[in-house]
Design a protein around this ligand. Sequence first.
Ligand code: SF4
Ligand code: SF4
Length: 448
Amino acid sequence: MKTLEQFSQEINKCVLCGTCRSVCPTFGVVQREPASARGKVALCSAFLHNEISLSEGFIKQMNECVQCMACHKACPNDVNVPDIILAARAEIAKEKGLPLAKSFILKNILDSERIMPIAMKFISKLQGLLFKGVPEESGLHRRFPLPLIDERRVVPPLAEKFFLEVRSQGPASAGFKQGSEVRSKKNTLQPRVGFFAGCLINYMLPNIGEASLKVLEKAGASVIAPLDQLCCGMPALGMGDVETAKSLALKNLEVFEQYELDYITTACSTCGDGLKRRFKELLSDEGDDIQKRVEIFAGKVRDITELLVNELEFKDLNAPISDSGLLTPNSIVTYHDPCHLRRGQGIADEPRELIEMSGAKLKEMEHPCRCCGLGGSFNITNYEFSMAINRSKAEDIKNTGADIVATACPGCMIQIKDGLHQLGADTKVVHVIELLAFHLASPLTGED
Ligand code: SF4
Ligand code: SF4
């Protein structure tokens, strides 16, 4: 990863034109220069010229960014503001250290394939004590004041059975490393696809993982979901903990390398952007051998919508479109472009194609690629701010009159659901893959 110092030249390319300011969602809410992309570049420049220190004010401004990449895409001089901000966060973490609790969680829980599931299971047992169900939603509200949990927030419940835990109870898989799972009939002609679940699908939304396997199988893939995969490391990177992000990248690389995979796919846009792009950056100074291996790994990564449309050439569900339930031929679906899919990976048409394949009518919202305001841990540490950004997104969705809003990122789903709940809108929030899986009633086949 480049350090802030190594971004000096790029920072110098900024001509203060302000194009980025007009698209920056944090500036949109605060309307003050330091909150804008241009303001943050100016602060980093001042720090590098020893004009300011790593003061509380500087740290606050660097943390108030949702990493939406809108500034970078708009900049006429190709100044990568979000990466400059990440480098500044890494500098802050290196110089000041992370708060103890954050550091403990990142280094001892997130970065452990053994402790993370145990910790999540422990929390899932406690959630009934700490939270109560929101009547009309499949979410939870806190019962009493809790640190970092706003009373208005709709928290998604932890799953009773985690996605990778469910997988471990599936049929045995001969011919593969113990602990892995092969969900499809063995057929050497089928493309071999490794499924990267990511934390949100694994612990909170295992139904998206199930739907993904179902659709991939229908599209003719042989799917492997390694049980010892870990967090993609993007939450650690976002907080400036480059070492933990690097460690997770290396461990995941080793896990997926054990199978002769044609593709590695995920239904989480943030994980996908991380696996495709960030792993290479994180491991760039780890020597030639690792660099070659991570190049091969990253070259196989596809978002699930991209894999289905462009590689597996999935054109037809070949299943009856039901006229009741979640989706009918009259259902109107609007689509939210996740920042890490549209701007991070350049994928916009594929999810829309799949929505139309599901039999729904697609109705675009006014600003489909406007950020939902999640921004990783930004939503936890700056809840009010995050929801202020989300407000426009929720209004855009409501204004379409759609029955369903689909997206391709579990993080966006959670954020949008909270925003719609606070707006009093009853639009259903789903992953694009769920729209397809809804029509596929047949259970997964397992092995012959
Ligand atoms: S758009 Fe680019 S050049 Fe213009 S102010 Fe923003 S970062 Fe600087
Ligand atoms: S990444 Fe988004 S929130 Fe951050 S500075 Fe750029 S436009 Fe603003």
